[in-house]
Design a protein. Structure first.
Length: 256
C-alpha cells in the first residue's frame, strides 16, 4: 500500500515537471523577436536612447536658429530699409522721395531738378547702381527714376511717367518685341499702320527708329522717315505710336 502511494507521488511530480518544461517551451516560442536575447534587448535600448538624443538636438537647434527662409526675409528687409535711407540722403542728386514697392519689386526714386539735371537730361540709373549697388539686389525687378513733384507720393502710386529705368522685365520684353517686329530701322506694325495714311506708300523710306518700353507690355515707338506728299515731292517726317507685345497699335501720331 505504501509502495503504491509512493509510486503515485513520483508520477505526479514527474507530470508537474513535464508541464513546467512544456510551459517554458511555449513561453519561449511566443516571445517577440526583439526579446529573443539579452543582446537584442540591449540593442533596442541603445537605439531608443540615440533617437531621443537626436530629437532633443533638433528641438534645441530649432529654438536657437529659426528657419533659414525667415532669416533671409528679415535680413533682406533690413538691407532694403538701409538702402532706402542711404539713397534719401544722397547729396549728388536732389532726392525728393524713395520707395521700394514689394508688389512689383521696383525700386523707385523721385529726383528734383537740382543743377537742372532733369532739364539737361544728365541723369541715369547707372549712378545709383554704381554708388549703391542696387542692381546687386536679386529681389529688385528694376530701378525707376521720376521727376519729383511736391505733394505726390511714390508709395501711393501718384507717379505714372518715369524719366528712365533699368528694368529686368523690360529688358526681356524689349528683346521679345525687337525679335518679333523690328529689323534695322524698321518696325513692322508701325510701318503697316503708317503706310495706310501716306499718299504714296511705295515711296516710304525709313530713316531712324526709336523703341522705348512704356509700361506693362507696351512700347513707345518713334520713326523718322521720308515719303512723297500729295504734290509728289519727297519730304521728311516723323510718326509715333504705342505698340504692345502683340503688335496692336494705338495713340498713332504723325507730324505735319
Amino acid at each position: 500500500m505504501f509502495f503504491v502511494a509512493y509510486k503515485k507521488t513520483i508520477k505526479y511530480k514527474e507530470q508537474i515537471e513535464f508541464q513546467k518544461v512544456r510551459n517554458s517551451e511555449e513561453l519561449e516560442k511566443n516571445k517577440a523577436p526583439f526579446m529573443e536575447s539579452p543582446k537584442q534587448k540591449k540593442g533596442c535600448r541603445l537605439f531608443f536612447i540615440i533617437a531621443m538624443i537626436f530629437m532633443v538636438i533638433i528641438i534645441v537647434l530649432t529654438i536657437i536658429f529659426p528657419s533659414t527662409k525667415t532669416n533671409k526675409v528679415a535680413i533682406a528687409k533690413v538691407n532694403i530699409d538701409s538702402l532706402v535711407n542711404a539713397v534719401k540722403k544722397d547729396s549728388s542728386f536732389g532726392i525728393g522721395d524713395v520707395y521700394y514697392n514689394p508688389e512689383d519689386s521696383s525700386f523707385n526714386i523721385a529726383i528734383t531738378n537740382k543743377y537742372n539735371v532733369i532739364k539737361e537730361g544728365d541723369y541715369s540709373t547707372a549712378y545709383f547702381n554704381n554708388t549703391y549697388h542696387i542692381d546687386s539686389f536679386p529681389c529688385f525687378e528694376g530701378v525707376y527714376l521720376y521727376a519729383y513733384k511736391k505733394g505726390k507720393s511714390l508709395k501711393k502710386g501718384d507717379y505714372k511717367e518715369y524719366l528712365t529705368c533699368d528694368s529686368k522685365r523690360a529688358a526681356v520684353l524689349y528683346d521679345t518685341f525687337e525679335k518679333k517686329y523690328c529689323y534695322g530701322n524698321h518696325c513692322t506694325p508701325l510701318e503697316e499702320y503708317l503706310k495706310e495714311t501716306l499718299n504714296d506708300p511705295d515711296s516710304y523710306k525709313s530713316d531712324k527708329l526709336w523703341v522705348n518700353w512704356k509700361e506693362g507690355n507696351s512700347f513707345d515707338v518713334t520713326n523718322s522717315f521720308r515719303a512723297k506728299n500729295a504734290f509728289g515731292a519727297m519730304v521728311f517726317n516723323k510718326c509715333s505710336a504705342v505698340i504692345d507685345i502683340d503688335g496692336n497699335v494705338s495713340d498713332f501720331q504723325i507730324d505735319n
